[in-house]
Design a protein around this ligand. Structure first.
Ligand code: GDP
Ligand code: ZN
Length: 273
């Protein structure tokens, strides 16, 4: 915030300056950065960032570094699940190169069996799916294990239980600041990323920025590549530039109802048309 950076180290948070070194190198510390820093005052928890360690990745929105996975949270009911939005989040994760973990919450009030049905659909594709209830603590142990030692960015519509889940797994852990995201400079709407520390090396990035917004930039040509269950069949289509819609001898369409679920294929068509 305003040129100062909060650095978590050994259970404490240090407020650090970055002085001129980054300006000169055109480098800016980001949320999620691993840094080396020097303590200037231990009692005041004041320090100075010396070096940014090499990043494994950098998300565009929100601008966060070293994200290990995306936690995509939906409830099946209250609010009803929006599978189009769910698939858009998965596409966004594929595009950013971040592994997606799907959390289906409020299983305590799902009497339709939809939770388990959707779990199978997405597990068959190869996604990790965790069915949870923040209300009666179901699945939270499994979720905790998936989060352990990682930086996870949280996504999902409002009202599905994201805050409830984070509170449960963190035991209301401390928050390291609220950092304004760059894209919102000058706007009055409050959109910020929060880094929530669960333990020494486990973090959750809570940000309204990781949304379907970044889908604007999605080109029709690239969409099929983000449906991971389509990929093994691309080479089998008659046309190299097959869009898997009307073309004859399409190896992807051939799999619909077999290894590719019909509903996922229909949602792909919906995005393409
Ligand atoms: P967020 O907007 O995604 O952060 O959702 P919240 O955590 O604020 O939860 C929205 C509402 O759903 C609150 O009234 C919660 O008490 C409720 N809620 C959250 N998780 C569960 C759950 O697992 N089961 C049930 N029945 N309600 C839940
Ligand atoms: Zn095809």
């Amino acid at each position: 915030m305003g040129g100062s950076y909060e650095v978590a180290c050994d259970g404490a948070v240090y407020t650090c300056s970055a002085r001129g070194i980054f300006r000169n190198r055109k480098e800016t510390p980001l949320i999620g950065d691993r840094v080396e820093f020097e303590v200037i005052s231990e009692p005041e928890r004041f320090g100075h960032v010396l070096r940014i360690r090499e990043r494994t990745n950098t998300l565009k929105r929100p601008r966060v570094a070293n994200v290990d996975q995306a936690l995509i949270v939906f409830s099946v009911i209250r609010p009803a699940i929006n599978v189009d939005l769910l698939d858009r989040f998965l596409i966004l994760s594929e595009k950013e190169g971040v592994e997606a973990v799907l959390v289906l919450n409020k299983c305590d009030i799902d009497t339709s069996g939809e939770c388990q049905r959707l779990r199978r659909v997405y597990e068959d594709i190869g996604y990790r799916v965790i069915v949870t209830s923040a209300a009666n603590q179901d699945g939270l142990h499994e979720l905790g294990a998936v989060l352990e030692g990682k930086v996870s960015v949280l996504a999902g519509p409002s009202g599905v239980g994201k805050s409830s889940i984070v509170n449960c797994v963190s035991g209301r852990g401390m928050e390291i600041g609220e950092l304004s995201s760059k894209m919102d400079r000058g706007k009055h709407t409050t959109r910020h990323a929060e880094l929530i520390q669960i333990d020494d090396d486990t973090f959750i990035v809570d940000s309204p920025g990781f949304t379907a917004l970044a889908m604007d930039e999605l080109k029709p040509d690239e969409i099929s590549g983000y449906f991971r269950e389509f990929r093994p069949f691309f080479g089998g289509c008659r046309f190299n530039d097959c869009k898997h819609l009307q073309e004859p001898d399409c190896a992807v369409k051939e799999q619909v109802g077999k290894t590719i679920s019909r509903e996922r294929y229909e949602r792909y068509r919906g995005l393409m048309l």
